[in-house]
Write a protein that binds this ligand. Structure first.
Ligand code: NAD
Length: 498
């Protein structure tokens, strides 16, 4: 939470307002008004209306009411038709979503126009497909009188889903949860990150445009503790909670969900390793590895911050990755030539730079970056340089902590066993990438690395039907494809004596 953004100055009174979306209406919240800043320039771009506990209660009540209205009675084909209209609705307003996402995050248009907005829309199509093909189970059973019985399961929506989102891929990660939740017939109350309130709010307009009944989709704005995040996750009217964000926040949300024994799905942090073996195709490896370290200014949960390289190619890989790090272009996020945006906030910039200082203090060799660049015309932006280090021990906080910046530390290894052991030496287990041309080794290593998602010779290649989630402290549960539908529904067994 950024306390500094809570108080809005009077000079900003004419700025656009970002409102809560409750029961199909845009409403002023009863909390404070806080500033939303453009990370590339530090300019205030809008004022956001914080939801009070009463507002959150109204949103949960609106969601509950929607479940007993037309939405609750709607057939799957009719729901699917509405989901497809949402895809068209977002696509029709693509440029507005793109501009809103860029203003909130500072991410380059070249990235957001290829990933954030198209995937944000596509999630609705994916889960519209999934819900039309998923079945349930039936079991015939014998009975003493010989007549038998038939069991079958009904797939029921869970009810009101609390959706708490991070700031790094705002629309994409939000619809990743909202789309399957709606496909399954639930109603949602979304709490976007305080850093990125705009696209969730804009989606409210599209919901109304395409005819999603009021109360099915609600948005409440604010922070975590003592604000909308806590009000939502502790609200007894919320039947299940889905959360993406930091592991410590996940722990707090899991504790909140234990009251009332409510299911949670937690997609949490990581300190993801890459394993580069000496038979890897170096050109392709550096291209993919570079993206995994630096894309979205390193603010990707699946990104790489620990790189383990087999000793024979260590120097070549280190130098090539450093060269890649030096090749990014800072600048106006709206310009197609810009390839590296700022970090999300002054607070996050300070956090990332504190690790850059720590690395130097601990004697790291800095092969690229290591500081904050001055970007002409955007001097007040929250920039950090893509950074590559070597030489730190595995116990250094730079090597153990999730920094969530465009940076990676490289460590050499000799044997396959040693490389895998180093990769697994972390409380986290979200994603791994393995770079090798030896197929047997790739399969062997993929089975041994402790990660929910392992890529071989690629990174961020996502088939949305696959299971997505973290091992160890990186999360609980799996979303994606039918796994999402399992979380957003509850199977109820019916036993019929014949
Ligand atoms: P965060 O945990 O600080 O905040 C996420 C959301 O939780 C925000 O909306 C925030 O307001 C809310 N929140 C904070 N404290 C809360 C509380 N006590 N109760 C209820 N809500 C609360 O995370 P962030 O900084 O927005 O996002 C970055 C983190 O997210 C990184 O750790 C990253 O790895 C992780 N992440 C994970 C995945 C994944 O799929 N595993 C994807 C993206 C991001």
């Amino acid at each position: 939470m950024n306390e500094a953004t809570r108080a809005a100055g009077t000079a900003t009174a004419s700025l656009p307002r970002v409102h809560n979306f409750i029961g199909g209406q845009f409403v002023e919240g009863g909390g404070t008004t806080f500033e939303n800043r453009f990370p590339a320039s530090d300019a205030v771009v809008s004022l956001v209306s914080e939801a009070s506990a009463d507002d959150v209660d109204r949103a949960v009540t609106a969601a509950r009411k929607a479940l007993s209205g037309p939405w609750g009675r709607m057939s799957v084909p009719d729901r699917v038709a509405l989901l497809r209209r949402l895809v068209d609705g977002i696509t029709a307003r693509f440029d507005e979503f793109l501009a809103a996402e860029i203003r909130d995050t500072g991410k380059p248009a070249s990235l957001a126009s290829h990933i954030d907005i198209p995937r944000g829309a596509a999630n609705f199509a994916v889960f519209a497909d999934q819900i039309t093909t998923i079945g349930t189970e039936t079991f015939e059973m014998p009975t003493p009188d010989g007549a038998g019985a038939l069991n079958y399961a009904l797939r029921m929506p869970r009810g009101v889903i609390g959706v708490v989102c991070p700031w790094n891929l705002p629309l994409l990660l939000m619809t990743w949860k909202v789309a399957p939740a709606l496909a399954c017939g639930n109603a949602v109350v979304v709490k976007p990150s305080e850093e990125t309130p705009s696209t969730a709010t804009l989606l409210g307009e599209v919901m109304n445009e395409v005819g999603i009944p009021e109360g099915v989709y609600n948005v409440v704005h604010g922070f975590g503790p003592g604000s909308a995040g806590e009000f939502l996750t502790t609200h007894p009217g919320v039947d299940a909670i889905t959360f993406t964000g930091e592991t410590v926040t996940g722990e707090a949300i899991m504790a909140a969900a234990s009251k009332g024994v409510r299911p949670v799905s937690l997609e949490l942090g990581g300190k993801n390793p890459a394993l580069v073996f000496d038979d890897a195709d170096l050109e392709k490896t550096i291209e993919g590895l570079g993206r995994s370290c630096f894309a979205n200014t390193g603010q990707v949960c699946l990104g790489t911050e620990r790189v383990y390289v087999q000793r024979g190619i260590f120097d070549r890989v280190a130098e090539a990755l450093a060269e890649k790090a030096r090749g990014y272009a800072f600048g106006d996020p709206f310009a197609q030539t810009t390839t590296m945006g700022p970090t999300i906030s002054a607070e996050h910039q300070r956090k990332v730079l504190s690790y850059y200082e720590k690395a130097k203090a601990e004697g790291a060799t800095v092969l690229a970056g290591g500081g904050a660049p001055t970007v002409e015309g955007y001097e007040k932006g929250y920039w950090v340089e893509p950074t590559v280090w070597t030489g730190l021990p595995e116990t250094s906080p730079v090597v153990t902590d999730e920094i969530f910046g465009p940076c990676a530390h490289l460590t050499p290894f000799d044997t396959e066993e040693e490389g895998i052991a180093l990769a697994n030496n972390s409380p986290y287990g979200l994603a791994t990438s393995i770079w090798t041309q030896d197929l047997s080794r790739a399969h062997r290593a993929a089975k041994q690395v402790e990660a929910g998602i392992t890529w071989v010779n690629c990174w961020f290649l996502r088939d949305l039907r696959t299971a997505f989630g973290g091992s160890k402290a990186s999360g609980i549960g799996r979303e994606g494809g039918v796994h999402s539908l399992e979380f957003y529904t509850e199977l109820r067994n019916v036993c019929v004596k014949l």
